[in-house]
Ligand binder design. Structure first.
Ligand code: HEC
Length: 93
C-alpha cells in the first residue's frame, strides 16, 4: 500500500512538472541558462509539500508575495528566490 502511494505521488509530481514550460530562449532581461536554473530550483525545492503551481495561476505581484512567504519553508537563498521569480514571470502568456 505504501509503495502504491509513493508510486502515485511520483507520477503526480512528474505529470505536474511536465506542464511547466521549458525555457528555450532568453528573455529581454534574463539569460536562458538562468531561466533553466530557475525552473530546476522551482521543481526541486517547491514540490515537496504541495503540487507545483503554474506561472499563470498568479500575477507577478502575487508571485513575489508567495515566494517571500515560501522562502523559509523551502529554505532557499535570496538569489534562488530571484531565479525562480524570473522563471515564473517570464513564462509564455
Ligand atoms: C515545507 C513545505 C512547503 C514548501 C517547501 C513550499 N511550500 Fe508553498 N505552501 C505550503 C503550505 C502549507 C501552503 C498553504 C498554506 C499557506 O498558504 O500558508 C503553501 C501554499 C503555497 C501557495 C499558494 C498561496 C496562496 O495564497 O494560495 C503557493 C503559490 C506556494 N505555496 C508556492 C511555493 C513555492 C514557489 C515554493 C518554493 C519556493 C513553495 N511553495 C515551497 C508549504 C510549502
Amino acid at each position: 500500500m505504501k509503495k502504491l502511494i509513493l508510486f502515485i505521488s511520483i507520477l503526480l509530481i512528474i505529470s505536474c512538472s511536465s506542464k511547466l514550460y521549458v525555457p528555450k530562449s532568453e528573455s529581454s532581461t534574463v539569460s536562458v541558462d538562468d531561466l533553466k536554473t530557475g525552473r530546476e530550483i522551482y521543481v526541486k525545492k517547491c514540490s515537496s509539500c504541495h503540487q507545483l503551481f503554474l506561472p499563470n495561476q498568479y500575477n507577478e505581484k502575487a508571485w513575489s508575495l508567495n515566494l517571500t512567504e515560501m522562502q523559509d519553508r523551502a529554505k532557499i537563498t535570496d538569489a534562488e528566490k530571484q531565479l525562480i521569480y524570473q522563471y515564473i514571470v517570464n513564462a509564455p502568456k
